[in-house]
Design a protein around this ligand. Sequence first.
Ligand code: ZN
Ligand code: ZN
Ligand code: ZN
Length: 282
Amino acid sequence: MKFKYLGTAAAEGIPALFCECEQCKKARALGGKNIRSRTQAIVDNTLLIDWPADAFMHSIIHGIDFTRISSLIITHSHEDHYYPQDFGNRRKWFGRLEDDCPQLTIYGSEDLYDGFALNVEKYQRNFPRDIPNTVNLKTVQPYKTFTADGYDITPLPAYHGTEHPYIYIIEKDGKALLYGHDTDIFFDEVFDFIKESGKKFGLVSLDCTMGDKDFKYHGHMSLSRNAVVKDRLIEMGAADCKTIFVCNHFSHNGERILYDEMSEAAAKYGFIVSYDGMEIEF
Ligand SMILES: [Zn+2]
Ligand SMILES: [Zn+2]
Ligand SMILES: [Zn+2]
């Protein structure tokens, strides 16, 4: 399985859109891996995860033809993961699609409809069924595996600040990955489900919004909380020394979030640090 990070920042991006803090100034000056766009990823150049406003630039920078993507899974309705206004651009005149263009199915919790309602109402006439530019919304249930583009995908409840956020297990050809964004340390029921399922992950990607900072509120993680998740997964046999653990989804509010500093801090916990464009094969 090939996994590619297209965007690796929290909502405000790094450097943040409107920010004069020291970390953002340094990120701006250093460039390279310190520049992080909003969260998106793709599996095998086929299965898309999340759709931020930066999706447009991701398609240009990474050469991804969105007209040929048929499956998109959404973690939750925060705008750095779900910017449904963009799908209005598939309507007539805004997008010109060939007859063989696949329909785009968007999978997620019932929260998908939150941001989409206005779009559907406004562009209803432009989203008829059975034509190439149709966007289908498909509600999927926690703990219930569904199949999309040949991948078995299992949504699990995330510990995060929206109504029904998901983390996802994605499996194909005996390989499995766990995409843990955005979430705090998983609920016990989620750990129990993973343990009982007997799944073993080749890749685990975890929310590290606060970098190397200990903090009090709940809904995100930092390195020390990532380490708790890692230890529990290893303890239950869902991961081992071959599993690649990645910390991802950074905010300028975290500590040591510049790439080199973060890599040094993460290495102590056995994590590698994501960057925009990073590819992992496992
Ligand atoms: Zn986020
Ligand atoms: Zn800043
Ligand atoms: Zn979020």
